[in-house]
Design a protein around this ligand. Structure first.
Ligand SMILES: Cc1cc2nc3c(=O)[nH]c(=O)nc-3n(C[C@H](O)[C@H](O)[C@H](O)COP(=O)(O)OP(=O)(O)OC[C@H]3O[C@@H](n4cnc5c(N)ncnc54)[C@H](O)[C@@H]3O)c2cc1C
Length: 333
């Protein structure tokens, strides 16, 4: 799996020389402390990274979050399955609350991209605009969705005519006219999931010879779902709906289209250090969110295919507590 580009953000990191320290008092903490060896560097400021930051801050650890600012949660117009928000919450509002909560516990936060990570004895040095020295690292970098190359995709996500995650929001499209588009096998799997919500599901596959594997053929036979060939990148808004050009040139419309086009799992910083991936590309961790590299942890979408905010929260709580215990067991004088 590839890594995103490593362009930098616009907030400087000023971490130079070594200093030790394990616990500290909470402060307002919205800037980098110079000359610091952090107890934990958290790479990624989405729901996983920010939740872990709050926990570790409240464990009185010296923590820095470095975030490139592309959380998937930013795309969520309104989430109705995020625990604790019965009337829904937008992704931006949720991220804002999580960040405020983390900052209240005294963590440092910078907008930047970590483009390399290596060992320094038992510690880690991260390459950002300035090197960041930390005793442990939590990888919370998430994934990048593969989306149709069409200009209106962001607007369509905002209005709900394009949705990415049936676990998140299929409940919002009960009895609607739905399409799932992408390579045949993953699209069929998503379409089968949608059948519990609506009887009107179409699978849209690329306008090319459709290579159905045996599993996909069996799924089609069982479900009796319509399969159409289409031009994936022709997806566009059509009033409140989504339109797409079919192989015969006609335009078909749906209340919502779900892409099933895969993603890039942003695991390279960890795998370059020797952390393992599973066959899908997710980082492999133990029940405490530890990779096989001592002191290197991972949480959220980069670990688990159930890409959910609640899963990110759970991973983060487990990882942060284990990081705190690991640090206590390796305390320096
Ligand atoms: C349209 C949409 C709707 C969704 N709706 C829901 C919903 O209703 N309910 C639900 O539970 N889930 C929903 N999700 C999924 C949810 O957004 C994710 O599961 C969640 O954001 C994962 O959190 P995370 O912290 O693991 O990763 P992310 O939120 O993706 O955060 C990862 C962060 O790491 C940063 N990063 C990556 N690489 C680096 C690097 N090298 N250096 C520094 N920073 C880096 C990224 O820029 C990003 O800010 C939705 C997702 C989408 C796209």
């Amino acid at each position: 799996m590839g890594e995103r580009d490593s362009s930098n953000g616009d907030v400087p990191v000023t971490v130079d020389s070594a200093a030790t320290g394990s616990v500290r008092a909470p402060d307002d903490g919205d800037s980098v402390v110079e000359g610091q060896v952090y107890d934990c560097l958290i790479i990624g400021g989405g729901p996983a990274g920010l939740t872990a930051a709050s926990y570790l801050g409240r464990f009185r650890r010296r923590v820095i979050v470095v975030d490139a600012g592309q959380s998937r949660a930013k795309w969520i117009p309104v989430s109705h399955n995020c625990p604790g928000f019965p009337d829904g919450i937008s992704g931006l509002d949720l991220l804002d609350r999580l960040r405020k909560q983390a900052l209240k516990s005294g963590v440092d936060f910078v907008e930047d991209t970590v483009c390399g990570l290596h060992r320094d004895g038992a510690d880690f040095i991260a390459q950002a605009r300035s090197p960041i020295h930390a005793r442990t690292v939590l990888i919370a970098t998430g994934i990048l969705d593969t989306l149709p190359d069409a200009p209106d995709v962001p607007d369509m996500i905002a209005t709900g005519s394009l949705r990415l995650c049936p676990i998140c929001d299929a409940y919002e499209v009960i009895d609607k006219r739905i399409a799932v588009m992408g390579p045949a096998t993953p699209a069929m799997k998503k379409a089968l999931f949608m059948q519990a919500y609506t009887g009107d599901v179409t699978v849209l596959v690329p306008d090319a010879p459709v290579e159905l594997d045996a599993e996909a053929r069996a799924l089609i036979a069982r479900a009796g779902i319509d399969v159409e060939k289409c031009m994936l990148d022709s997806v566009h808004p059509s009033g409140n709906q989504a339109g797409i050009r079919l192989a015969d040139g006609a335009v078909s419309t749906f209340d919502t289209i779900y892409p099933a086009m895969g993603c890039t799992i942003l695991s390279k910083l960890a795998t370059d250090l020797g952390a393992q991936r599973d066959e899908v590309g997710n980082l492999v961790v133990d029940p405490h969110q530890r990779t096989i590299i001592p002191g290197l942890y991972a949480a959220g979408d980069v670990v688990n295919e159930i890409n959910q905010i609640a899963v990110a929260f759970g991973h983060a709580a487990i990882a942060a507590t284990d990081i705190h215990n690991y640090l206590s067991g390796t305390e320096r004088s």
